[in-house]
Ligand binder design. Structure first.
Ligand code: ACO
Length: 402
């Protein structure tokens, strides 16, 4: 395939492939997806096994370095991350400039971009120790930035990280804790969030990861590339879908809870009405991550929030859609985000914040891809071609004659 691609490029013919539906832009050893069978593996390990047995920090190591860590490697990785969780005090002031109701995604992206101004001496993408340091800084500081974006929206004071805690526990404490009150992390909440992060950690050449690779292909540094990836994730067809699902379920509830009515509006192709959390470019079968989440959603929601009417609506909607030819013919199944919003809500996060949680989960995948891209001798600056459809050559007309 790679050789054929090179050969075609030499012929001068251009492949017209909007949305890159059939274009292999990179070769990668990180994540394997079989969309027809509903298979997802990180570095060869089935997602089901990782969800069952691993932790987010271990999966981050696996994605970035290619192998599961030994105990010593994991301890070392964890303590290196713990040493970098603090933000420079000047960066903290950065948050003052945003309006209080700012969406947390651009806040996150801007602050990650700003990190590159604090570490200007270690941005060389070809210097391995620098890349390693930027990797650890990102894994450590992005959760702190995300927690501060939340604190900014609530008007509460920022908390310094407590590095005796694990990565997810520390993030929860910085998000929901208050300086004067001790904050006990609920182990069930931490475990649920850890699982969701594992499920989101990588998904090969999706829109945000491709963005990270494309920006990085110009030899832009890791912070700049990740910041761009965060903005790609912001869109409602990608990471924004988890918020959009909850808004859709709330809309159905407000209209009396009739899923039939909503499904008919989708089928009638009413402007802007899509079954959010359904469909996927690659999965034309059940998204394996949605299967895992569905199993845990019931348990978590019952324990943490004592049940949720929106979960009942979600289940009725899923059942209705899966038994309807319109969705079956188009191979539209629930994707990972169909149930995540409900869990995030039960954990106490506001709807606007859900996509930030997706970004926290996807971060190790973005880093792994950037590093793979920069080390790959086949990498060239990303530069798609186009089919020109504009005017033929014409002569300039003075303004008085137009
Ligand atoms: N609701 C209703 N119809 C849909 C949906 C949907 N969610 N998704 C696809 N379709 C229909 C399309 O209208 C099209 O029908 P047609 O052939 O009759 O015109 C057919 O299914 C094929 O859809 P495409 O738009 O070609 O699929 P594409 O691969 O371009 O889009 C996408 C994939 C963006 C995920 C789409 O399914 C969608 O918009 N889903 C809702 C948003 C969502 O959940 N996004 C999260 C994706 S997963 C993630 O990022 C974690």
């Amino acid at each position: 395939g790679i050789e054929l691609g090179k050969l075609l490029a030499q012929t001068g013919y251009i492949t017209y492939d909007p949305g890159f539906v059939n274009t292999g832009a990179a070769s990668s050893a990180i994540t394997y997806i079989d969309g027809a069978e509903g298979i997802l593996r990180y570095r060869g390990y089935p997602i089901e096994q990782l969800a069952q047995n691993s932790t987010f920090i271990e999966v981050s190591y696996l994605l970035i370095y290619g192998e599961l860590p030994t105990r010593q490697q994991l301890d070392d990785f964890t303590s290196r991350i713990n040493r970098h969780t603090l933000l420079h005090e000047d960066l903290k002031r950065f948050f003052d400039g945003f309006p209080r109701d700012a969406h947390p995604m651009p806040v996150l992206s801007s602050a990650v971009s700003a990190l590159s101004t604090f570490y200007q001496d270690s941005l060389n993408p070809f210097d391995e120790p620098n890349v390693e340091l930027s990797t650890i800084r990102l894994l450590a500081k992005v959760p702190t930035i995300a927690a501060y974006a939340y604190k900014k929206s609530t008007g509460q004071p920022f908390l310094y990280p407590d590095n005796s805690l694990g990565l997810v526990e520390n993030f929860l404490r910085m998000t929901f804790g208050l300086p004067a009150e001790p904050y006990e992390v609920d182990p069930d909440v931490a475990k649920a969030l850890d699982l969701l992060f594992i499920l989101h950690a990588d998904h090969e050449q999706n829109c945000s990861t491709s963005t990270v690779r494309l920006v990085g292909s110009s030899e832009a540094n890791l912070f700049a590339s990740i910041s761009a990836g965060i903005m790609a994730l912001f869109g409602p067809l990608h990471g924004g879908a988890n918020s959009a699902v909850l808004e859709m379920l709330e809309g159905i509830k407000a209209n009396g809870g009739d899923v039939n009515d909503f499904v008919n509006r989708v089928k009638n192709r009413e402007e802007g009405v899509r079954l959010m959390g359904f469909g996927h470019r690659v999965y034309k079968n059940y998204d394996p991550r949605a299967k895992i989440i569905k199993q845990t959603a019931d348990k978590i929601l019952a324990k943490i929030s004592g049940g949720d009417e929106l979960l009942d609506i979600a289940k009725a909607l899923e059942e209705r859609a899966l038994s309807d030819d319109y969705f079956v013919e188009r191979k539209l199944y629930p994707n990972v985000d169909f149930y995540t919003g409900l869990i995030y809500r039960a954990l106490g996060f506001p709807t606007k914040y859900f996509t930030v949680l997706f970004a926290l989960g996807r971060l190790p995948g973005w880093i792994a891809h950037w590093r793979e891209m920069i080390q790959d001798p086949a990498t060239k600056i990303g530069r798609p071609r186009q089919i020109y459809t504009g005017e033929k050559e014409r002569d300039y007309k003075p303004i008085s004659e137009r």
